[in-house]
Design a protein around this ligand. Structure first.
Ligand SMILES: C[S@@+](CC[C@H](N)C(=O)[O-])C[C@H]1O[C@@H](n2cnc3c(N)ncnc32)[C@H](O)[C@@H]1O
Length: 349
């Protein structure tokens, strides 16, 4: 899928069949179009949250228990698909070639924004002392370079075989063994553990959460955003790269790639699972984040390289900062804890 040159250009434009296997529920957050199921689901969520605010002294917070029982980011079709690719992660010319190439943009994007926020300097290992969670790490293509920059990185992915590939690959480099570790887990499982630990220790433990080319594969973005808040420290950073929901992404990703050129099987892409920067920003702000910057990214299928662009019409990278511990005590409009670092969002495609 990523091997074909045009397919690489389409990186992220591919998507997965709708999450009907997941109890028939569609994702409810940041998606356009009316769905009665989604409305019911949102109302259930709202009721769960309201009940939670009234019962704050529970040993395990009720929103976590409620979400653990009924909310999941996992789309079983996605897991099956990535399971079949789990041995391919480190083939630089293979299915994931474009993800290897994307490191040229996303690693400096994460590093520089973290250095802006934390204002610490460790020559050679600039991210030393920071704890990063790489959600949907796959084979560790992004986890490893973040570890090499000095961060302690936990990579999680629901696909056990991908975690096996990541562990095997990082074990080759003794420098990484100390700082990089992997776990076959979902974000919501980790958040539930965090919440139990929080009772004793305080707020979330990570300085940054990274989800690169992942959100377009999730069954429930609301749960994702909520759990990101749960696992992050106040002032911690969230980095997302994903695909916009535009006519261009529909034309190239579905009409051209699937129906005209048949580069990927018809029905592979689900445009409904793409999300615009504006929708993503709204979702994050309602979950306790302040978006700091949005940058467009462009893939050149001839050179195989990525570059920054003013347009977010196809791919984009987003940096947000957690500004509230409890997303539900106050709605969007909270100010950044680092106002001097607040950059105007780039043009939204
Ligand atoms: C396109 S790959 C990106 C991998 C990695 N982030 C990178 O950029 O190299 C998408 C990854 O998301 C993972 N994924 C799918 N559903 C997920 C979920 N509910 N939670 C976390 N990761 C998930 C897949 O297993 C896969 O490894």
């Amino acid at each position: 899928m990523y091997a074909n040159k045009f397919g690489r250009f389409m990186l992220g434009l591919y998507s997965r069949k709708t999450a009907t296997a997941c109890g028939g529920l569609q994702s409810t957050a940041g998606r356009s179009g009316f769905s009665w199921t989604a409305v019911c689901k949102q109302r259930t969520l709202w009721l769960q949250r309201s009940a939670c605010l009234n019962t704050r002294k529970n040993t395990v917070p009720c929103h976590v228990r409620a979400r653990s029982a009924s909310q999941t980011t996992v789309d079983p079709d996605e897991v099956r698909r990535f399971q079949s690719l789990a041995s391919k992660w480190w083939d630089e010319q293979g299915e994931f070639a474009a993800l290897h190439a994307m490191n040229d943009l996303r690693v400096p994007f994460i590093r520089d924004n973290l250095l802006n926020v934390h204002r610490v300097r460790h020559p050679g290992k600039p991210l030393r002392g920071l704890r990063i969670l790489d959600v949907g790490c796959g084979g560790g293509l992004l986890t490893e370079p973040l570890g090499r920059l000095g961060a302690n990185v936990l990579g999680i992915d629901p696909v056990g075989d991908s975690i096996g590939t990541a562990q095997l690959h990082s074990s080759i480099d003794p420098d990484l063994c100390e700082r990089v570790c992997y776990r076959a887990s979902t974000l919501e499982e980790l958040a539930a553990e965090e919440d139990e630990a929080e009772e004793e220790q305080g707020a979330g433990q990570f300085d940054a959460v990274v989800a690169s080319e992942v959100v377009e594969h999730l069954a429930d973005l609301e749960t994702f955003a909520f759990c990101c808040n749960q696992v992050l420290k106040l002032g911690g950073s969230l980095f997302i790269t994903t695909i916009n929901k535009t006519n261009v992404s529909y034309a190239l990703g579905i009409v051209v790639a699937e129906q005209l050129l048949r580069i990927v099987p018809s029905g592979t892409h689900d445009w409904d699972k793409f999300i615009s920067p504006v929708e993503l920003e709204r979702l994050l702000e309602s979950n306790g984040f302040s978006v700091q910057s949005v940058q467009g990214m462009l893939y050149n299928p001839v050179s195989g390289a990525w570059s920054w662009t003013d347009s977010t019409a196809i791919n984009y990278a987003l940096h947000a900062v957690k500004v509230r511990d409890d997303p539900h005590t106050e709605q969007a409009g909270g100010s950044s804890p680092h106002p001097e670092d607040h950059h105007a969002a780039a043009t939204h495609g």
